[in-house]
Write a protein of this length. Structure first.
Length: 148
């Protein structure tokens, strides 16, 4: 993995009452694997575990074929307390071609962070080390002002 690190440079005015969601997508050269890092506003009192549990419930409701492979705490995002879920599901248009995903969850300062690494299940083992390496190296910027 190279030394190149992408840091976003966009900014926008926030209209009163609107919320800010952001995402960054890293796409494999062949387009068959990706990592998406995103953040969204959450209630200040929400914990990382509560956020991860709610995200898991959403996955179970959204994907009838959802199968959780593992779930638990881990240190990621620069040694922050996180929860990591590994799961498999089949897109409705490709029920015989499931995908495997790893999601990392963290909450800080009223923001919920979710990192999602995705690849077709038949190919996942071949790209797993790369995906995990990317997930482990994602950081939350300390330089930007807090966005609600």
């Amino acid at each position: 993995m190279g030394d190149y690190r992408f840091t976003g440079s966009l900014s926008a005015p926030v209209v009163d009452g609107w919320v800010v969601k952001e995402s960054l997508t890293l796409l494999a050269p062949d387009g068959l694997a990706n990592v998406i890092a995103s953040s969204e506003p959450v209630e200040e009192a929400l914990t990382t575990e509560q956020y991860a549990d709610a995200q898991g419930e959403d996955l179970r409701n959204q994907f009838p074929s959802f199968k959780e492979l593992s779930y638990g705490p881990a240190k990621m995002l620069g040694a922050r307390e996180c929860f990591v879920r590994r799961f498999e599901w089949s897109p409705p248009d490709r029920e015989d071609d499931p995908v495997t995903q790893i999601q990392v969850y963290h909450v800080a300062a009223g923001r919920g962070y979710a990192l999602t690494a995705t690849a077709r299940s038949v190919r996942f083992e071949a790209v797993e080390r790369i995906l995990i390496s990317v997930l482990e190296r994602v950081r939350i910027s300390e330089e930007n002002p807090e966005i609600k």
